[in-house]
Design a protein around this ligand. Structure first.
Ligand code: PXP
Length: 237
């Protein structure tokens, strides 16, 4: 199971002073030294954290999977085709949200997403869709032409009591369905050093994309160690 480390929060701290530090490119290098299998950044339309320059430099220095999360807009497609990440993950984007709050509306946006996926995968870049844990959304993702899906694990991460088991079951069923349809399956959002073990027990999951909990630990113990500990946690279960 691969671990993609999201370094957006490093850029958030930098943008607090509109300066040059801390640099998400340096953080990415340390994450790779700690054992990350890939680096993820979300270039938001409002550029609130990651900047175009970050994605360009990361493309030059990341020797493994560079995953560009982005909204399905003309501007972002143009940037993706120019920078050529190893993977594009299409995500919904609302200006007022603190983080990506849910999966894509694959039903409502089907035609637009299909067109977007076609443009990106037509240029030889694999596309993943960030979707809610719903069987219907898996079917539509396949129809849209995605190579992969990333299942939103936020409901699982926020569940408590008996709800945890129910949400895990839901992710498990959706992952199974995606596998049956030949889609590669990733998972992410809200995963941390404790709850990640549930997701690692699901058969067929290719990769996990984790940001907040790793960066939070990195602030205290350093990036390399935080990533190494997450890798060990994933590998242990
Ligand atoms: N996957 C996607 C598509 C996301 O938008 C995010 C948040 O940026 C993550 C994974 C990582 O979520 P978290 O920061 O909660 O680990």
């Amino acid at each position: 199971m691969i671990l993609g480390v999201n370094v957006d929060h490093i850029a958030t701290v930098r943008q607090a002073r509109l300066g040059v530090e801390p640099d998400p490119v340096m953080a990415a290098t340390l994450a790779l030294l700690g054992g990350a299998d890939g680096i993820t950044v979300h270039l938001r339309e409002d550029r609130r954290h990651i900047q175009d320059r970050d994605v360009r430099i990361l493309r030059e220095v990341v020797p493994c999977e560079l995953n560009l999360e982005m909204a399905a807009t003309e501007e972002m497609v143009r940037i993706a085709l120019e920078i050529r990440p190893d993977l594009v993950t299409l995500v919904p984007e609302k200006r007022i949200e603190l983080t990506t709050e849910g999966g894509l509306d694959v039903m409502g946006q089907k035609e637009h997403l299909k067109e977007t996926v076609k443009k990106i995968s037509g240029a030889g870049i694999p596309v993943s869709l960030f979707i809610n844990p719903s069987i219907a959304d898996i079917d539509i993702s396949k129809e849209i032409g995605a190579d992969m899906v990333e299942i939103h694990t936020g409901l699982y991460a926020n569940a408590s009591g008996g709800g945890v088991k129910d949400e895990l079951q839901r992710v498990t069923e959706v992952a199974k369905m995606a596998g049956n349809l030949g889609l590669s399956i990733n998972a992410g959002h809200g995963l941390n050093y404790l709850n990640v073990r549930g997701i690692t027990s699901i058969a067929g999951i290719r990769g996990l994309y984790i940001g907040h909990s790793i960066i939070s630990r990195a602030v205290l113990v350093g990036m390399e160690r935080a990533v190494k500990e997450m890798k060990e946690t994933i590998g242990r279960f």
